[in-house]
Ligand binder design. Sequence first.
Ligand code: MN
Length: 132
Amino acid sequence: MKATIVLIEDNERNRYLTTFLLEKYDYKVYQAVDGQSGIEMVRQLQPDLILLDIQLPGMDGYAVARELTRNQGPRNIPIVAVTSYAMPGDRERVLDSGCIGYIEKPINPATFVQEIEQYLSAHGDQECAQEH
Ligand code: MN
């Protein structure tokens, strides 16, 4: 079975496109529309990867990433930010908050799934194989 991904994104069109692309490649995608419900979902599902929008209502993506990495469960679940921020320093801020990387919006449908696969294979594949 392909990897399980929790997508935390408040924009409906982005949720739709991201999920559509990943499901086409047999990933199992669970959607959360804000940070708090995303954190709950991650704790319950222990997914293989978290895709995290930075601009979220209420708790922003930086806070979500900090919370998730501060209270990690038994697994070190990789968090990848998906954001339209492209100011100098934003990348560092994303990485400082606990994300392993950064995909720029608007996402490129031609390369998006490949990018996700690279993050997945670089992080904890052996561990996933044991657990699933
Ligand atoms: Mn957003």
